[in-house]
Design a protein around this ligand. Structure first.
Ligand code: 13P
Length: 281
């Protein structure tokens, strides 16, 4: 089954009973672990990599691995560029066949974010791909960038932005931040509800790592359709590798390779179950 577009996965969610997990991967082992979890649960999957992580995994190398993992997956799998910041990287992802890209113009004033997002939308459309954009500002940093403070998305701006740009998915800020939380965040579910009533395109939650099961449920029940998980999977892989090094001093390369697959698998499976994705493929 195969490679699908993100919009196919998000627009078919009829009620607010589940949200699709979008999982960051940085190598073949993580992609394998994510697909293994999705196949076992018969769940749809989005594989993604953020521009801020490409220093470790060049897109020319990792992109084809992600595409191949999606093409041979037994469940519908989309391949997405997370937090695209430059036209060059976004165009490269599109050339590699990614079925969607995100343009993150959240650091720009509203009108400039809209102008740049529209420009990228034309580019994505030429490749038949979907576009996700961001309005307001999710806190923290995804990858090698300076951490930023949360700026809660305004309802009017979200409505205006979605209407002007016609994006396929809209990332909003309701109190989450990328990375591990120092203090448990208080999510603005009231604001999410208002935005969901005002905007027709699927809404995206970034900064999923560290939220409680109840937080996730509140988000998907009130209109979030895509949830991004990165740090939890990277931490899970690191934990498995450290445990292998401690528990099996004679461990060799392939033991660590298996540990990396297991780490990604465990994180993806755990989150998919919380997001209500079992048997949704
Ligand atoms: P976390 O690293 O907090 O899981 O955030 C993931 C994310 O939003 C990727 O864009």
């Amino acid at each position: 089954m195969p490679l699908v577009k993100m919009s196919q996965l998000l627009t078919t969610i009829q009620d607010n009973s589940y949200a699709v997990g979008s999982f960051n991967v940085s190598n073949m082992e993580m992609a394998m672990g994510a697909v293994q979890a999705a196949e076992e649960l018969k769940a749809p999957l989005i594989l993604q990599i953020a521009e801020g992580r490409l220093r470790y995994s060049p897109l020319e190398l990792l992109g084809p691995v992600m595409m191949a993992a999606a093409r041979r997956s037994k469940v519908p799998t989309a391949v997405h560029l997370d937090h695209g910041l430059t036209n060059e990287t976004i165009e490269l992802a599109l050339k590699l066949g990614f079925t969607s890209v995100m343009f993150d113009g959240s650091k720009y004033p509203l009108e400039e974010n809209i102008r740049r997002t529209k420009e990228i939308k034309h580019m994505a459309e030429a490749y038949g791909a979907d576009l996700e954009a961001e309005i307001g500002r999710v806190g923290g940093a995804e990858g090698d960038y300076k951490s930023v403070d949360v700026l809660i998305t305004s309802v009017d701006e979200a409505r205006y932005f979605a209407e002007e740009t016609g994006v396929s998915a809209l990332a909003i800020a309701i109190g989450t931040a990328h990375g591990n939380y120092k203090e448990q965040p208080k999510l603005r579910i009231d604001r999410l509800r208002e935005i969901a009533a005002a905007v027709t395109c699927p809404l995206v939650l970034h900064g999923g790592t560290g939220l409680t099961e109840q937080d996730f449920k509140n988000c998907l029940q009130n209109g979030i359709k895509k949830i991004n998980i990165a740090t939890a999977s990277y931490d899970s892989v690191a934990r498995e590798i450290k445990a292998m090094a401690t528990d099996k001093p004679a461990a060799g390369y392939f033991d660590f390779s298996d540990a990396a697959v297991r780490g990604a698998y465990a994180s993806v499976k755990k989150h998919m179950l919380i997001f209500g994705l079992k048997d949704k493929a």
